[in-house]
Design a protein around this ligand. Structure first.
Ligand SMILES: [Zn+2]
Length: 252
């Protein structure tokens, strides 16, 4: 076979038997891959649609004068098919306070870039929630301890990923739930007994004093912080620290 060379020769390589095999292989593989190709996965080259759906979360932290508004927008891939899934696409944070401006812009841009890269993005939650502020954290309403603003952003990302089904709560067994409910009842009983001899004006037993968390659960005002679930729900029962939120008990 004669091949006429019309361009300048700039380099050469000898064709080896394994190269020939490689060239032949993809041809055989294509028919198997093809059906999968119709399913769109998240990747950097997906263009932003004109309209995205999303949620805006409000943060009120004692570390910032004004409230912060965190918007996470999602993209729906393969809409209307069995492979339909919703993924976070971008995040914005709005706040009147300017003192945190530069790191917030940096953080949100990097987070958005991670969202658009595709793959597993849930690692962001643990990474962010582990950030602590050396000046000290703060308690959110409901008694949940936030070690920093970044950690609260992490918990918002967590809530959001749960709401779109990318993250799931670890299943609490029926048995565990029943145990916590029983502990709560026992604690409330003991509180009532202690409160009876006191005059009615005693404010400590007033129902309004009991904190209400986001889930509607209430914990006694005397409760201290549980180190397992970072919620002010730890009470002393029978001389043993017991968490009325996650069921943690110092005595096992
Ligand atoms: Zn706990």
């Amino acid at each position: 076979m004669t091949v006429r060379i019309e361009k300048k020769i700039k380099g050469y390589a000898v064709v080896k038997p394994e190269d020939k095999a490689k060239d032949a292989a993809p041809v055989a593989a294509v028919p198997q891959v093809e059906p999968e190709d119709n399913v769109i996965q998240m990747h950097e080259r997906i263009e932003r649609p004109e309209v995205l759906i999303g949620s805006t979360y409000k943060i009120k932290s004692p570390l910032v004068e004004h409230a912060m508004y965190v918007t996470i927008n999602d993209i729906v891939l393969n809409a209307g098919t069995e492979h339909e899934h919703r993924r976070p696409f971008e995040v914005f944070i709005n706040c009147k306070s300017m003192e945190h401006f530069q790191w917030i812009v940096a953080l949100t841009r990097i987070m958005s870039a991670v969202f658009r890269k595709g793959g597993d993005v849930t690692f962001l939650v643990e990474e962010m929630k582990a950030v602590f502020d050396p000046r000290g954290g703060y308690f959110k309403a409901g008694g949940v301890y936030m070690p920093s603003l970044v950690a609260e952003l992490g918990s918002i990302v967590e809530d959001h990923l749960k709401s779109i089904g990318l993250l799931h709560d670890p299943e609490m067994s029926e048995h565990q739930r029943a145990l916590i409910a029983e502990k709560r009842r026992a604690f409330e009983q003991s509180q009532k007994k202690n409160a009876e001899p006191l005059p009615l004006s005693s404010t400590a037993t007033h129902p309004e004093d009991i904190e209400v968390t986001g889930d509607g659960a209430t914990f006694p005002p005397s409760a201290t912080m549980c180190h397992k679930c970072s919620t002010k729900a730890l009470v002393i029962m029978d001389g043993c620290a017991t968490c009325l939120n996650c069921g943690y008990s110092k005595c096992g």
